[in-house]
Design a protein around this ligand. Structure first.
Ligand code: ZN
Length: 269
C-alpha cells in the first residue's frame, strides 16, 4: 500500500472539489515527489483561495514536500482578506474576467477602481492584473492556477447580487459611491447643472440633479427624486462592508459618505 497523507479541507473550500470527492477529510496516496501545493491543487482547490497550509499544526509553504503520515489542514483565506495597497490607496484595484460585466458596473457604482473588458484572453488578463497591481476576479479555476498571477480571487455566486456580496465580504473595501463612471471606470468630476443643461432632455432637466461628469469619456450622471435600484445596491453594499469589518451579521453603521443617493441615470445611454 502506498503511503498516505491525510488532508482536512476547510468547509469554505469544499465547493472546489468534484462532487464525488466533496468531503472534508481526504486520504491522498503520496509517491513522494509532489509538493503539497500541487497535491491540494490536484484535488481542485486553487492556491489563491488557500489562506494557509498547516502540517501537524505548523504552517508550511505550498512548496513543502509532504511525508507519509502528515496531517495536513487546508485553511480558507481570511475574510476580510488583506491586499497590499500602494501609498495613498484606500482600497484594492480590481480587474474582472470577461463574464463579470454586471459585477464590474456595480463595483464602479461603489467607487471601486474596476478594470473590465469583454474580450480579453487569460494571458492578457494576467499581464494587466500584474502590471497594474489589480486583484483578478474570476470564476475560471484554470485562470487561478496560473503561477504568474500576482493576486487572484474566485467570485462565488451566479447572480450579480451574490457575487457583489461575496466580493464585499471578502475584501471589505473602502467604498466611495457615486464617484466613478459605470461605463468606463473613469473618475467623475462634480459639475453644476447649468454646465450640462443643454445635454439633458427636458424631463431630466426638471426632475434631476446632476452630480458628475466622467473625466475620461464625458458621460454625465444625475440622480432623481426617488430611491431606485442603484440606490438600493449602494445601501446594501455599505451595510455589507460594515458587517464584514465588524464580523456582525448585517448590523453596523450606515451611510459612510454615501450621502443620500437618489436614482442615478446618465445622459448618454
Ligand atoms: Zn466614463
Amino acid at each position: 500500500m502506498e503511503p498516505e497523507i491525510r488532508i482536512r479541507i476547510a468547509d469554505e473550500l469544499l465547493m472546489f472539489l468534484p462532487a464525488a470527492r466533496r468531503r472534508p477529510r481526504q486520504g491522498v496516496a503520496h509517491g513522494g515527489t509532489s509538493t503539497l501545493g500541487h497535491i491540494v491543487e490536484s484535488l481542485g482547490v486553487p492556491l489563491p483561495e488557500i489562506g494557509a497550509l498547516m502540517v501537524d499544526g505548523e504552517r508550511v509553504e505550498p512548496g513543502y514536500q509532504p511525508a507519509a503520515g502528515d496531517e495536513v489542514a487546508v485553511l480558507a483565506v481570511p475574510r476580510p482578506q488583506p491586499v497590499p495597497l500602494d501609498a495613498g490607496e484606500v482600497a484594492p484595484r480590481f480587474l474582472l474576467d470577461v463574464h463579470l460585466g454586471t459585477l464590474a458596473r456595480r463595483m464602479r457604482l461603489l467607487g471601486l477602481d474596476t478594470a473590465y473588458h469583454n474580450d480579453m484572453d487569460d494571458p492578457a488578463l494576467v499581464v494587466q492584473a500584474n502590471e497594474e497591481g489589480r486583484v483578478l476576479l474570476t470564476q475560471d479555476r484554470g485562470l487561478l492556477r496560473r503561477r504568474a498571477l500576482w493576486f487572484g480571487a474566485y467570485v462565488r455566486g451566479s447572480r450579480p447580487d451574490d457575487q457583489l456580496r461575496d466580493l464585499l465580504g471578502r475584501f471589505a473595501p473602502v467604498l466611495r459611491p457615486w464617484t466613478r463612471c459605470t461605463a468606463c471606470n473613469g473618475v467623475l468630476a462634480t459639475v453644476g447643472k447649468e454646465e450640462v443643461e443643454r445635454e439633458l432632455a427636458d424631463g431630466t432637466r426638471r426632475s434631476y440633479d446632476v452630480y458628475g461628469r466622467c473625466t475620461d469619456c464625458g458621460q454625465v450622471y444625475w440622480r432623481g427624486a426617488h430611491g431606485g435600484h442603484l440606490e438600493k445596491i449602494v445601501h446594501e453594499a455599505v451595510r455589507a462592508v460594515a458587517a464584514a469589518r465588524t464580523g456582525a451579521d448585517g448590523a453596523g453603521p450606515e451611510g459612510s459618505g454615501a450621502g443620500v443617493p437618489e436614482t442615478p441615470e446618465s445622459a448618454a445611454s
